[in-house]
Design a protein. Structure first.
Lengths: 331, 279
């Protein structure tokens, strides 16, 4: 069964067309990540699914039911917000139970679910504390707990990690992945961070300017991007682009090479001037100038490359991508 | 910045200026208070002197207690002020929430229209208001005053509160919607507590003018049963003879309730005034 189905969803704010004809499906138990640069409409799309915004046209089906006219609380969803959005006047237990009390669930059910959720998230010691007495990471766990106790058909995450610091972000990311494994629930996760998208998703939806660019598993998108935008968006450092004419490899095409596919080669076709070097220990990132194009190369291991030096880079022709003038993939 | 703040000279100057200002502001109140405890001749002989054994007298207070229904006036003032404040805060907050939260046609115009009231003094419409009150039979009732004061206070209340309501996180309201709270519950349980400082600010701004107003009580509700304290105190001021003891005593007592209300609101008020600047 499909957990979520969108059919030709459009959304406009006045004259601004934010979502353009979006159609996609989320399977039961799938972890889907909406990713795209800021302003691409991914959060708006999530809000439309949640029912916080009305779609201007198109149909939204959750677990088989059309929910266009259903209020958010009756859609069988739960949402985790970027700013946590905990109720400041309620303690952790109160925050987690409010929705269940609204649904008039029996006390025993509420108790049971709160206990389960707080065990899962190690929140048991904090149940009687207020949000203002918790750290950022704890608050985020409470927000997730508040979603879990509702046992929704669909979880919605709106950039839940962007307010956390780097170390905590990684831990919470793993925690969310574990949670998905334990609960087996369908989840939709919005982020602008491609690392989160790659590591968490079963399926990634890449959005740009309110349109779906490509849908697929992380590796599908990485290995087989449909256009220059998707190719450049996924992967870090992002893919290098330069006109194929510069290395006499065809006519008007644009060539794309991933930084990790480049290596130093005395006979390399790319003669570049090194402008910056990042020594990461395991890897060395070399940023170099190839004519007027900036090239990033990710070299495995440690390399003694100095700034200002001229190096020649090479790549395996099979690892290169070609795009036409409109950015559409051609090979 | 830190250094300037801890500089002893600056601190002294700053405190000196503030203390000076406080003294100037409190001086008239102090004069009223000491003179209310003096007998009539002493007030004129030595207006600045403290009451001593010879000049001490509570004649003013006795007159006030005996003459006129001072407690009734007091009660009227209290009812008018508190009920008006309640309506200003309730309707002001609701209107502000609607304006800041919902997108609807004419939202902007409605906001401007409501803000217009800040610029046009309500007293210009006194004649029309009086005619209206006569027509509806509300003259000489406290409702006449409450309605007028509510109308007078709403524009500023809507203006200030809608600014604060915009700062309340959208995520919080949306979380409430997803959890199945009604719009009213979201408003009363989530939003109102967060704008409490702003509400206190609005309350204080409105409370003092209402309590002190002489104009509308004189025109709309001058009957004996509906006189407010300010109007009631006027009986002691005659065209030829003024009972200064009574006037001063009445004024001294009129200060008290405002003082109490102010103390209640002031803790919130301080947070309200600074909350915009310091998060």
């Amino acid at each position: 069964m499909t957990a979520l189905k969108l059919a030709n969803v459009n959304k406009s704010f006045g004259d601004v067309h934010v979502l353009k004809d979006i159609s996609l499906e989320v399977e039961e138990g799938e972890f889907v990540v909406f990713v795209g640069p800021s302003g691409c409409g991914k959060s708006t799309l999530l809000r439309v699914i949640a029912g916080l915004e009305d779609a201007s046209s198109g149909e939204i089906h959750i677990a088989g039911d059309m929910v266009n006219l259903t209020p958010p609380s009756k859609r069988g969803i739960a949402m985790v917000f970027q700013s946590y959005a905990l109720y400041p006047h309620l303690n952790v237990r109160g925050n987690m139970t409010l929705a269940l009390k609204q649904e008039r669930q029996p006390k025993s059910v509420i108790e049971d679910r709160v206990r389960k959720a707080s065990d899962m998230l190690d929140l048991a010691p904090y149940l009687d504390r207020f949000p203002s007495e918790l750290s950022g990471g704890q608050r985020q766990r409470v927000a997730i707990g508040r979603a879990i106790v509702r046992e929704p058909k669909l979880f919605l995450f709106d950039e839940p990690l962007s307010n956390l610091d780097a170390a905590l972000r990684m831990n919470t990311r793993i925690e969310i992945a574990n949670l998905h494994r334990q609960l087996g629930a369908s989840m939709i996760y919005v982020t602008h961070d491609q690392t989160e998208a790659m590591t968490l998703a079963d399926k990634i939806v890449v959005l740009r300017d309110g349109q779906v660019e490509q849908i697929g598993s992380p590796m599908e998108l990485y290995n087989n991007p449909i256009n220059q935008f998707v190719a450049g968006f996924l992967g870090s450092p992002s893919m290098n682009f330069f006109p194929a004419g510069l290395i006499n490899a065809g006519d008007h095409h644009i060539m794309g090479v991933r930084p990790e596919d480049l290596f130093i080669d005395a006979n390399g076709k790319l003669e570049t001037t090194v402008s910056h070097v990042e020594h990461l220990g395991g890897d060395t990132n070399v940023i170099a100038q190839f004519g007027e194009h900036q090239i990033a190369a990710r070299l495995f291991g440690q390399h003694a490359v100095a700034e200002g030096e001229t190096i020649r880079l090479s790549f395996n022709p099979e690892s290169a991508y070609s795009f036409d003038d409109n950015g559409i993939r051609v090979n | 910045m830190n250094q300037a703040r801890t500089n002893p000279l600056n601190t002294t100057l700053m405190h000196g200026a503030l203390i000076l200002y406080t003294l100037i502001a409190l001086f008239p109140v102090f004069i009223i208070l000491i003179n209310s405890f003096k007998e009539r001749r002493a007030i004129f002989r030595d207006p600045l002197g403290l009451p001593d054994a010879e000049s001490f007298s509570t004649i003013g207070y006795e007159t006030v207690m005996k003459q006129g229904d001072f407690f009734l006036y007091f009660q009227n003032s209290m009812i008018v002020t508190v009920v008006s404040l309640f309506f200003i805060l309730l309707f002001g907050a609701m209107a502000a929430y609607a304006l800041s939260e919902y997108r609807f046609r004419g939202n902007m115009l409605m906001g401007l229209y409501l803000a217009l009231g800040i610029m046009i003094p309500i007293r210009i419409g006194t004649v029309a208001i009086l005619e209206l009150m006569v027509a509806t039979g509300l003259v000489n009732t406290l409702w006449a005053l409450i309605l007028v004061y509510t109308a007078q206070g709403l524009p500023l209340a809507v203006f200030i509160l809608s600014e604060f309501m915009r700062q309340v996180s959208d995520d919080l309201k949306n979380a409430g919607r997803i959890d199945g709270l009604s719009e009213y519950t979201i408003f009363f349980r989530l939003v109102l507590p967060l704008v409490r400082p702003a509400m206190a600010t609005v309350a204080v701004f409105n409370m003092i003018p209402i309590w002190n107003d002489l104009w509308f009580p004189l025109i709309l509700a001058p009957s004996e049963e509906t006189k407010t304290l300010t109007l009631g105190s006027q009986v002691f001021i005659g065209q030829f003879v003024t009972d200064w003891n009574a006037v001063l005593s009445a004024l001294s007592m009129a200060i008290l309730p405002v003082l109490v209300l102010y103390v209640i609101f002031s803790r919130q008020l301080i947070r309200g005034l600074t909350s915009g600047a310091v998060k």
